[in-house]
Design a protein around this ligand. Structure first.
Ligand SMILES: NC(=O)c1ccc[n+]([C@@H]2O[C@H](COP(=O)([O-])OP(=O)(O)OC[C@H]3O[C@@H](n4cnc5c(N)ncnc54)[C@H](O)[C@@H]3O)[C@@H](O)[C@H]2O)c1
Length: 414
């Protein structure tokens, strides 16, 4: 039986480890966080997502998965540790990847495969990872193999996407690519596209950069639409009837720890990126734009109370990582506004999350920042009855879409 050692048991590493454990492999999952390891030792998930607990139950029953704080000898090492964004340097912070690779060195043996799933800048496998692992005395592509298999699953539907999405596999050499393909074909039902490690690194970053740039374009179009006093949502819907047009949705900015970050990993090594950097700046500035619309609406109201609808970075999930709502809230506080937050999914946040009634009663303006399905079901008239002043800024077009009413916010992004 193939033995796999997975380093990093977070949103990506843990379900990946469990999928391998449920598909014929002996898996030891390693995390430096003892709370995560101890929770897993009791066969409990350290965080919740659809289908994860059942997968863990299956692996526990088969005794094919163990959690540990220590790396051990294995046939395959899989690294799924964080790659945060260093905001000061505007580049990837590789310290976790470096330390995970260093933890593998004493256990590395001839014939082993080391797979990096973490999102990394182009050439990281070829230059950084290879150099670190070769400190073991073994030679990459000769004694052991390195490949990159980027993860593209979406939070909220991770398991389905991990199994069904197509995947990109890029080895440092052909044998690394083939060995990695054989491993993933144990549970991936999508196509496996084979390439080099640097191309695989680039593909993952290109995909998210494509989305970021297109969202920036949609945001810019929405601001132009305001000048012409037209409804951008209607305009986009009709423009997208064209067979070769797919304009993205505008909004209050881009959040999550992929789309808002990955473009910087792509541009960190060049002085030549104007479009990608501009797109990042446009998207980062959108909370300021939404705040401006709120300020226009509450102008003249003394000590206005602003209600934020949704702080998750996208609809119907509880994830608030890099959410543009945080920038909006901090800027609104600077204006002296009182902020109240309602989010039916988020339980933990830097600010208190209130009940719908607590958040809306006596409010001077509701600002929709996330497209949770629940907001689509709401009748703005019911909200108005609870508010002190009936103002709504709907940056996600969820309330307007439902009622078609002519509300204060029904202008482009707002
Ligand atoms: N979450 C996503 O939706 C997603 C999607 C695509 C790609 N990615 C990428 O996948 C990688 C992992 O992301 P995540 O969301 O799973 O992160 P996470 O923060 O949920 O989990 C990472 C885990 O790694 C552990 N860790 C850190 N250093 C370690 C080490 N040296 N050895 C063992 N464990 C260590 C941490 O304690 C943590 O539990 C990142 O590069 C991320 O950009 C994430």
């Amino acid at each position: 039986m193939i033995k796999l050692c997975v380093l990093g048991l977070g949103y990506i590493g843990l379900p990946t480890a469990l999928l391998f454990a449920n598909n014929g492999m002996d898996v030891v999952g390693v995390d430096i966080n003892e709370r995560v390891v101890n929770t897993l030792k009791d066969c409990k998930m350290p965080f919740e997502e659809k289908g994860f607990q059942e997968l863990l139950d299956g692996a526990c029953k088969k005794e094919s998965f163990r959690a540990s704080t220590k790396v051990e000898k294995a046939d395959v090492f899989l690294v799924a540790v964080p790659t945060p964004f260093d905001a000061e340097l505007r580049m990837a912070d590789l310290k976790y990847v470096v330390s995970a690779c260093e933890m593998i060195i004493p256990h590395l043996e001839k014939g082993n495969i080391v797979i990096i799933e973490s999102t990394i800048p182009p050439k990281t496998c070829e230059k950084r990872v290879r150099r670190i692992l070769e400190r073991s005395g073994l030679k990459a592509s000769q004694d052991f193999y390195i490949s990159h298999c980027p993860e593209r699953a979406i939070p909220g539907n991770t398991l389905h996407e991990m199994v069904n999405n197509d995947r990109v596999i890029g080895g440092l050499d052909e044998k690394a690519t083939e060995l990695t393909r054989d491993l993933y074909s144990s549970f991936v039902k999508g196509n496996l596209y084979l390439t080099t490690s640097t191309t695989a690194e680039m593909i993952k970053l290109m995909e998210n950069t494509y989305r970021d740039v297109n969202i920036a374009l949609a945001n810019e179009l929405s601001m132009l639409a305001e000048d012409y006093d037209i409804n951008i949502w209607e305009a986009i819907e009709i423009a997208n009837k064209h067979p070769r047009v797919n304009i993205h949705k505008p909004g209050p900015g881009v959040g999550g720890h992929c789309i808002a970050i990955d473009p910087w990993f792509l541009t960190e090594n060049t002085s030549d990126s104007s479009l990608i950097t501009l797109a990042r700046n446009i998207n980062d500035s959108m909370p300021i734009h939404v705040l401006k619309k709120v300020k226009d609406l509450v102008n003249g109201i003394e000590n206005p109370v602003i209600t934020v609808f949704g702080v998750a970075y996208k609809g119907d999930i509880a994830d608030t990582r890099a959410t543009p709502a945080l920038k909006f809230i901090k800027l609104a506080e600077k204006e002296g506004f009182t902020i109240r937050i309602y989010d039916p999914f988020v339980k933990e946040f830097e600010y208190p999350i209130l009940s719908l009634e607590e958040a809306v009663k006596g409010s001077d303006c509701i600002v929709v920042l996330t497209d949770h399905s629940e907001f689509r079901e709401m009748n703005p008239d019911d909200l108005y009855h609870m508010m002190k002043n009936p103002n709504i800024v709907d940056s996600k077009n969820v309330l307007s879409k439902q009622t078609g009413l002519e509300l204060n916010y029904n202008k482009s992004i707002a």
